[in-house]
Design a protein around this ligand. Structure first.
Ligand code: FES
Length: 125
């Protein structure tokens, strides 16, 4: 049912954890399945230097979180904004149709964290 890439990320997720002094945080939940994702970003000079996540969810949600963290790390904020649910699903070698909402969750959590960063930047000016 799942691709080898999904299973590899589920079995060995990258960047699990919390960044205590994160510059931005994005949290989302899906009320239907009850899964939750939180992304923490450390950003310097508009580059995402570190990404960590905490996910309580299904196999796909964990693989998605790991892939999103991997895709976002080292990118500029502008580049990271281009990471969509489609980018994530493709990078994972595809997701079963009933699991596409799991990749939405990852893209949404990252987008919310970036939004949090931009709100803080705007408040600083
Ligand atoms: Fe809800 Fe996967 S079943 S995120």
């Amino acid at each position: 049912m799942y691709s080898d890439i999904v299973m590899a990320h589920f079995n060995n997720p990258e960047n699990i954890g919390v960044i205590e002094d994160a510059d931005a945080v994005g949290e989302v939940g899906n009320p239907q399945c009850g899964d939750m994702m939180t992304f923490y970003l450390k950003i310097k000079d508009d580059v995402i230097e570190d990404v960590k996540f905490q996910t309580f969810g299904c196999v796909a949600a964990i693989a998605v979180s790991s892939m999103v963290s991997k895709l976002a790390k080292g990118k500029t904020v502008a580049e990271a904004k281009k990471i969509t649910k489609k980018t994530v699903a493709e990078a994972l070698g595809g997701l079963p149709p009933n699991k596409m909402h799991c990749s939405n969750l990852g893209a949404d959590a990252l987008a919310l964290a970036i939004q949090d960063y931009e709100n803080k930047q705007a408040a600083r000016v």
